[in-house]
Design a protein around this ligand. Structure first.
Ligand code: DQA
Length: 151
């Protein structure tokens, strides 16, 4: 069964208690359960990882790239949190690993502060889902399966 890796970056471990007016009440555990259920519905396995550390996310993207080349991984759903707006390392990890990535943001970052309007991930992403709340993770998984599931 092909695998999708769901990566959540800094502060997303605080979902549910962190700015609920912006991010909602769902916890990270709820998000990961939604991802698992979506994967089960679509016939892919889902592996979830959250880290507050940029290098851990780089390592996970490189590992996913190796999984793609081994024919085991379809792609990555990545909510890089604030690293989206700062991290050239994440951009380079995606292009270097040649891994299909769907960038996800729970909130509509373009309706928020200007510093959230630029993404280093976006130019390297296969697709982007923004502003649909935590449902965006399910939409991103479905997008990966539709775009890359047949190969
Ligand atoms: C976020 C948006 C980012 O700007 C922010 O730093 C986050 C969460 C989102 O899911 O809306 O941590 O990626």
């Amino acid at each position: 069964m092909p695998k999708i890796v769901v990566l959540n970056g800094p502060n997303l471990n605080l979902l549910g208690e962190r700015e609920p007016a912006v991010y909602g009440r769902a916890t990270l555990a709820d998000v990961e359960a939604l991802c698992q259920a979506t994967g089960a519905r679509l016939g892919v396995s889902v592996e979830c990882l959250q880290s507050n550390h940029e290098g851990v996310l780089v390592d996970a993207l490189q590992a996913a790239g190796r999984g793609v080349r081994a024919g085991e991984v379809l792609g990555v759903v990545l909510n890089a949190g604030a690293y989206t707006h700062t991290s050239v390392a994440l951009h380079d990890a995606i292009t270097g690993a040649q891994v299909p990535v769907v960038e996800v943001h729970i909130s509509n970052v373009h309706a928020r502060e200007a510093f959230r309007h630029h993404s280093h991930v976006a130019p390297a992403a296969a697709g982007i889902v923004i502003g649909f709340g935590v449902d965006g993770y399910a939409l991103a998984i479905e997008g990966l399966v539709r775009k890359f599931g047949g190969r």
